[in-house]
Design a protein around this ligand. Structure first.
Ligand SMILES: [Zn+2]
Length: 487
């Protein structure tokens, strides 16, 4: 009897040695040591990453190879590490405006260049795996922060026809390495929720199908299991914020074809997180997700994952607005009605590519009770009305600069008129829209129009909404990041 208890005790203590020992928590806690500080915004360009790649050339841990050139002649590079039996290929930014994983890959290169408490982890990983990274597969798209390549081609619809250099490069690398796993790193809409819950889909995963029947063969099953590991580990940091991307088969897409070609393809989509416009927190999550997935493959943890759990990951739903105004009263022909108003802030590139500004639109109206907002405002008992145009026309920018904007906003003015078109200085810096030279504009409240309106309570102005941003008239809190110049 005594002996049996002893054996049991030994088994209990020995068990952790065989259990999965994911390091996701340590990756989370130590991330700041590896963050590549020269990249701090998502509009990262080829010329910014190139010196970082050249720097890796001087480090014997890394093999750097130029695979070829984009349509506009920008180099596409591969960074390889390790000498293990299992090959893994990761590529980012096939879509030029989806850069979150690119930022994370440069953090990961710093992680592998370092020598510290993770040394034994690195050594083991790099003796089990050979890892190949292609950061920024579409550098021409990245240059203008647009999805497509220089000829407006969606490279993720060119996997079959293989017409464009960027697609050809990815296919030929896959064929020459024949990796067991591939990681297809993208960004998705920030308006997705994880299922029907009021939580943004900050990360979504997919094990893509390779036929219309969505058959699960061994290659696809393995990717599903890696995703179950990722779901479990990342849920520790963002519980409820992980979704599953649609698995509809797309015969022209890379992820789907990779599975057909024999490479298990894990899609990681970076979505939205409140107040993380530059996606720096989601970049950190990518860092953790990628290292966790590599650990899962290296240690073969995924083989123990419950594949049935994959189906329980909530599917992406498009249920988020930037701001949801709830229970507003609207008057029409002397009658009153209750409506919700969903407003989205769309990012627009500045003409000179020096950055971006927001354009706030009224995206949806009516009963929006199944939707959510990153910000929600319960406006019960309050009334929505069109914004006001300031009665006096201004003759110079100087006159406008001298105005007390908070006073104007408190009075519900959302538009000013200017009789000159010298507006360069004005661009995007004002909290009130400026209509230049009597240009056509719409001050009416209408679906699809600019989000400029006022909200009154007991006939007093409570909020003034300019270009989708809110000015609180009671507290004089101004959250307006930019208005628009209409010329
Ligand atoms: Zn994409």
């Amino acid at each position: 009897m005594k002996k049996r208890i002893q054996v049991l005790l030994i088994l209990c203590f020995a068990y952790p040695l065989f259990a999965q020992n994911f390091l996701s928590q340590s990756f989370y806690e130590n991330y700041h040591n590896y963050k590549e500080e020269s990249i701090l915004t998502k509009r990262v360009k080829h010329k910014e990453v190139l010196p970082l790649i050249y720097k890796l050339e001087g480090n014997e841990k890394f093999k750097v190879k130029t695979l070829g050139y984009s349509l506009q002649g920008r180099s596409i590079n591969m960074i390889s590490l390790g000498n293990g039996e299992t090959d893994v290929l990761l590529w980012s930014q096939m879509h030029g405006d989806e850069s979150t994983a690119t930022m994370a890959l440069f953090d990961i290169f710093n992680f592998f260049a370092a020598s510290d408490n993770f040394d034994s982890f690195r050594e083991k990983l790099l003796s089990n795996l050979t890892i190949h990274f292609i950061p920024m597969l579409n550098p021409d798209g990245a240059e203008v922060f647009k999805r497509r390549n220089a000829l407006y081609i969606d490279l993720n619809r060119d996997a079959e026809r293989l017409q464009f250099p960027e697609s050809k490069i990815l296919k030929s690398v896959r064929d020459s390495i024949n990796p067991k796993f591939g990681f297809n790193l993208h960004d998705q809409s920030t308006r997705y929720t994880a299922g029907r819950a009021p939580k943004s889909a900050t990360l979504s995963f997919l094990a893509p199908a390779y036929n219309y029947e969505k058959t699960i063969n061994e290659v696809r099953a393995n990717t599903m299991k890696v995703i179950v590991n990722l779901y479990d580990e990342l849920s520790k940091f963002i519980p409820g914020h992980i979704g599953r991307y649609s698995d509809d088969f797309e015969p022209r897409a890379f992820g789907d074809n990779m599975v057909k070609w024999g490479t298990g393809s894990v899609l990681i989509e970076s979505g939205g997180w409140k107040n993380d416009v530059e996606k720096q927190f989601i970049r950190k999550l990518n860092f953790i997700a990628i290292l966790t997935a590599l650990q899962s493959i290296s240690e073969k943890y995924y083989e123990l994952a419950d594949i049935n759990k994959y189906e329980t990951i909530p599917e992406n739903e498009r249920l988020l607005f930037n701001t949801l105004f709830k229970n507003l009263i609207i008057s029409y022909e002397n009658n009153k009605y209750i409506i919700d108003v969903g407003v989205n802030l769309n990012e627009r590139e500045k003409k000179d590519s020096s950055g971006y500004y927001f354009e706030g639109r009224i995206e949806e109206v009516g009963d929006l009770s199944i939707f959510y907002g990153y910000d929600e405002l319960d406006c019960s008992g309050m009334e929505i009305k069109p914004g006001k145009v300031y009665p006096t026309e201004f003759n110079s920018i100087d006159e406008i600069h001298k105005l007390d904007f908070d006073n104007l906003l408190t009075e519900g003015f959302t538009f000013l008129k200017l009789n000159t078109d010298e507006t360069t200085e004005l661009e995007f810096n004002l909290p009130i829209n400026v209509i230049v030279n009597n240009n056509e504009f719409e001050s009416e409240f209408r679906l699809g129009s600019g989000a400029n309106f006022i909200i009154t309570e007991n006939s007093e102005i409570r909020f003034t909404v300019v270009n989708g941003f809110i000015f609180d008239s009671r507290t004089r809190t101004n959250k307006i990041k930019n208005a628009l110049i209409m010329k």
